[in-house]
Design a protein around this ligand. Structure first.
Ligand SMILES: C=C(OP(=O)(O)O)C(=O)O
Ligand SMILES: [Mg+2]
Length: 572
């Protein structure tokens, strides 16, 4: 009987194959008292050595298949096998409490895993998966039983498991395994990350799937929508076979575009850049062939920790990003904290309207110390690539002037200290407040570029909180009033001879792209996964044609009219 489970689409794709339930049996050993502690400790040390040998093999396999970075997980495993909290703790129990090695290992593992799971940090909790993986391997050696692996599978299969350890995923044979479903886990689990690097469709956190599916049952893994359809009807199966074919063909076609320029059908070049929040996002930026980074949200460097990042820490991060982009443009936005983004260690007075309060540049001008530290780090990193510095949330000219004055002072100080600073840095501002959009002509004379932040521009123009579901109907990116503001900014940029980009979600939106291209937007910055679909779309559009179509759209009265108009004309 057909049954559907929902989970998180962790790695996109569609697979249709038979289910294989994988359990890496958890052994709960008997507690025993031993008489020869030395011999027991020796047995445990031997198990550790065997495990090290196996993990080294898996590490090498992963390095060959996926590169050195992905293999780092197994270096962490090798470290764990030297970790006193794990290995010495077991040996202590054997020696002091005369426990058998299996039981000592079981107790130590439970304690370490419990301690890690309690911490309020996803990264640390992921370490629990590593500890369990290592411990399971050691246990199987002690018991003389094979550590279950997925290496023996020889027909097309979708794996169902409670969770997959890093070593399970590293050994998946891609000749046969079409995807996997886990009952627990999130988009940031090791298994999810591995699936994305292997480009293997995966749905995680799908709940009790294994228990209700027999081995060999046909399943559809829809890792685009995040669902698992068990035992589908002929009709659903036919529908999905077609969906899968279309999906796979499109993915192959899009991949070919990664090395291609971003150019419209009538030969106009635009820049399709990516937004990032950390160094970890860079791989996707490069894989998807983005033309640069159009927004680095640096506040994420300040979040999830207990104190401000130092100048040196920030410098290393900015330098790394600039180097990785290898001469492509990198727009780094100064700290945009406040509103929905809070720092636990920055005590700010409670505000009744935080989105309209002391946030972003307003806060930086109040807390100059923070601002100056960040600017110094940026200026020092500027010689490592093509750096653009961008100020967020500017409403009036005096804010821009003050920010630029402080930047100039920090540059002069560094030069006096004999530290090199690039003289090709571009300085720009976000346009995300309607007042700034309306006054764009004046701002354009004092910056090198604009980047339109539609996420905020829409909420401030429509007076509708971007986080509030009950007013979501007012959050209308294609509303003519938003389009008119966007158009004003682009035209003001053109008149002043500066470039204009957009780094709000709207820049990667397939309905908005034709209009934005027509209005003359020069740079579109979006999530890395939207870059290739955007490149494909731009390649089908004529800028000249959309210049007049977008003028028509600007005269319309509602978002619905605009949406329908664009969808008809662009065949998206
Ligand atoms: C890109 C923007 O900034 P954030 O989403 O970080 O507020 C925006 O407001 O559009
Ligand atoms: Mg914003």
């Amino acid at each position: 009987m057909t049954n559907t489970f929902r989970g998180v689409a962790a790695s996109p794709g569609i697979a249709i194959a038979k289910a294989f339930r994988f359990t890496n049996t958890r052994h709960v050993p008997q507690k025993q008292t031993i008489s020869d502690a030395d011999a027991e400790a020796g047995r445990f040390r031997q198990a550790v050595e065997k495990a090290k040998g196996e993990i080294e093999e898996i590490r090498q396999l992963t390095e060959t298949r996926l590169g050195a970075q992905k293999a780092e997980i197994f270096e962490a495993h090798l470290f764990l096998l030297e970790d006193p909290d794990l290995v010495d703790a077991v040996l202590d129990k054997v020696n002091d409490e005369k426990l058998n090695a299996e039981y000592a290992l079981h107790e130590v593992t439970e304690a370490v895993v419990e301690m890690l799971m309690e911490l309020d940090n996803e990264m640390v909790r992921e370490r629990a998966a590593d500890v369990k993986d290592i411990s399971g391997r050691l246990m199987s050696h002690l018991l003389g039983k094979p550590y279950a692996t997925l290496t023996g599978i020889s027909e097309e299969t979708i794996i169902l498991a409670e969770d997959l350890t890093p070593s399970d995923t590293a050994q998946l044979d891609l000749n046969y395994i079409r995807g996997f479903v886990t009952e627990i886990g999130s988009r940031t689990s090791h298994s999810a990350i591995m699936a994305r690097s292997l480009e293997l469709p995966a749905v995680v956190g799908a709940g009790a799937v294994s228990a209700s599916v027999a081995d060999g049952t046909l399943i559809i893994l829809d890792a685009v929508e995040g669902q698992v359809i068990v035992d589908p009807s002929e009709e659903v199966l036919a529908e999905y076979r077609e969906k899968k074919q279309r999906y796979d063909e499109r993915r192959e076609q899009l991949k070919l575009l990664a090395q291609q320029p971003s150019v419209s059908a009538d030969g106009v070049h635009v820049e399709l850049a990516a937004n990032i929040g950390s160094i970890e996002d860079l791989m996707k930026v490069l894989e998807n062939g983005a033309d640069g980074v159009g927004l680095f949200r640096t506040e994420f460097i300040y979040m999830g920790r207990n104190s401000f990042p130092s100048e040196e820490e920030q410098y290393q991060i900015y330098k790394h990003v600039l180097e990785k982009l290898d001469g492509k443009r990198v727009v780094i936005r100064t700290l945009d904290i406040g509103g929905d983004k809070e720092l636990p260690y920055l005590e700010l007075p409670k505000e009744s309207n935080p989105f309209l309060g002391l946030r972003a540049l307003r806060l930086c001008l109040e807390r100059e110390d923070l601002f100056r530290t960040q600017l110094r780090a940026l200026l020092r990193a500027s010689t490592s690539g093509k750096l653009n510095i961008m100020f967020p949330m500017i409403a009036v000219l005096s804010e821009l002037r003050e920010a630029k004055r402080i930047l100039g002072e920090e540059r002069a100080k560094l030069e006096q200290e004999g530290i090199a600073v690039s003289d090709a840095i571009e300085v720009g501002m976000m346009i995300e407040i309607p007042a700034a959009a309306l006054n764009a002509d004046h701002f354009a004379k004092e910056v090198d570029f604009f980047s339109i932040g539609t996420n905020d521009l829409i909420q401030y123009t429509m007076a509708a909180d971007r986080m509030n579901e009950s007013v979501a109907y007012l959050y209308q990116p294609y509303h003519p009033s938003i389009l008119r503001l966007v158009n004003m900014v682009i035209k003001a940029g053109e008149r002043a001879g500066i470039w204009t980009g957009m780094c709000g979600e709207m820049a990667g939106d397939q309905t908005a792209i034709p209009l934005l291209l027509g209005m003359g937007l020069n740079e579109f910055s979006m999530s890395a996964s939207s870059v290739l679909p955007a490149r494909e779309l731009v390649g089908r559009l004529s800028k000249q044609e959309w210049a007049s179509l977008s003028e028509q759209a600007l005269t319309m009265g509602t978002q619905e009219e605009v949406q329908q108009f664009v969808e008809q004309r662009s065949q998206i």
